[in-house]
Design a protein around this ligand. Structure first.
Ligand SMILES: NC(=O)c1ccc[n+]([C@@H]2O[C@H](COP(=O)([O-])OP(=O)(O)OC[C@H]3O[C@@H](n4cnc5c(N)ncnc54)[C@H](OP(=O)(O)O)[C@@H]3O)[C@@H](O)[C@H]2O)c1
Length: 346
């Protein structure tokens, strides 16, 4: 695109989540993210919250009462056997995503799986193969991908608005006080920053730079054994790199900026819920900006649910916005990050 051409960001008019055809949802694992996901669905969609499933009946009964859900189940097996449920939302710790998703798929249910999609690539492949073999939908709940401002950014990059993307810099970091009850400090539950925060960064890199070919990592391990602070460089094998930082030892503003040969895109922090995306020319002058009306993450989870409902209602089993096969490739990148980090700590 010539530098002199008029350049403005595409206004992405994402369909209202309220318009997505309603499915009957079962919520599996009733912790903090399930609470927020359910609140978002109730507030911003016509999706039917049909059943809640917990390892304990008292907990699912209380959750169901709180969210006006008709049915409460005291085990995940009972939840997936519920004939009134079309799709199961898996909100359990990452180390359990594979088993929970497989349970739902084997019972004939579609699944929306929290991030990280799986604890390793072998699990991710098995989940996607099961979905494809059964003709059932599966998707990672990578919520920023579905938001209108991120779809604007993606369309801008795909249409060549910043030329050839060469460098993505992004961080996701927050200080975590040690808490034995927080899965972040548990290697067994899939804690650590790679699976909890690196996944967002690796997914952003995959979206804006393309599939990862090279991985370089330096960082620190916590006394609990989890990876706690990582500087990560991902290369696409064609000269473009993502410089990423994920941490539970430091706080950072959640910046993200993508620079290309003809301009840059800057995401006002926090990038995953960016209030404003700005387009710069190659000399750093502002060309255009789009504002997002989303202010709280709880208002954002409804977009991923609406996407699942639209794809399933149209007979699809994978979303073009977060393809299941891309989730495998991203988890492969996380595997490589963790292998390199742990090798350096031997
Ligand atoms: N999208 C986001 O913004 C976001 C934010 C935070 C977390 N997450 C992801 O969501 C998942 C859950 O995170 P969370 O913060 O909701 O965790 P959480 O509050 O600890 O809840 C996890 C739930 O999983 C169930 N569970 C099953 N086996 C368990 C076990 N061995 N130990 C602990 N819980 C077990 C429990 O539900 P029952 O007792 O009802 O069975 C528990 O309440 C993780 O994969 C995480 O990466 C996503």
């Amino acid at each position: 695109m010539p530098e002199s051409a008029a350049r403005s960001l595409p206004l992405f008019d994402a369909a209202d989540p309220m318009d997505a055809p309603p499915l009957r949802w079962g919520i599996m694992g009733l912790g903090s993210i399930s609470e927020r996901f359910t609140t978002s669905l109730c507030a911003h969609t016509r999706q039917q919250l049909q059943a809640a499933g917990s390892r304990t009946l008292a907990k699912s009964t209380a959750f169901a009462a709180r969210h006006h859900i008709a049915r409460a189940h005291g085990s995940y097996e009972e939840l997936v056997a519920d004939p009134e449920v079309d799709i199961v939302y898996v909100g359990t710790p990452t180390s359990m995503h594979h088993d929970c998703a497989m349970l739902a798929l084997e019972a004939g249910k579609h699944v929306l799986v929290e991030k990280s999609f799986a604890a390793n690539a072998q699990q991710a492949r098995a989940m996607v193969e099961a979905s494809e073999a059964r003709g059932l939908f599966i998707m990672e709940a990578m919520w920023p991908r579905f938001l209108p401002f991120m779809r604007t950014a993606r369309t801008a990059v795909d249409s060549g608005l910043i030329g050839r993307p060469l460098t993505l810099t992004a961080d996701l970091a927050d200080y975590n006080e040690y808490d034995a009850d927080n899965y972040m400090f548990s290697p067994e539950l899939g804690g650590g920053v790679t699976l909890d925060r690196g996944i967002y960064l690796a997914s952003l890199s995959s979206l804006l730079i393309g599939p990862t070919q090279t991985v370089a990592v330096d960082g620190l391990q916590d006394a609990t054994g989890v990876d706690a602070h990582l500087n990560i460089t991902l290369g696409n094998g064609q000269g473009a790199y993502s410089q990423l930082m994920a941490s539970m030892y430091v706080n950072a503003p959640s910046n993200a900026r993508l620079s290309g040969t003809q301009g840059s895109l800057s995401f006002e922090p926090p990038w995953f819920l960016s209030p404003r995306v700005t387009l710069f020319d190659s000399r750093g002058a502002v060309l255009d900006a789009v504002d997002s009306y989303l202010r709280r993450d709880v208002d954002a989870f409804c977009y991923e649910a609406a996407e699942a409902a639209r794809v399933i209602s149209a007979g699809g089993i994978s979303s073009p916005l977060m393809p299941a096969r891309e989730s495998i490739s991203i988890i492969e990148t996380l595997d490589r990050i963790l292998q390199q980090a742990h090798a350096s700590w031997q």
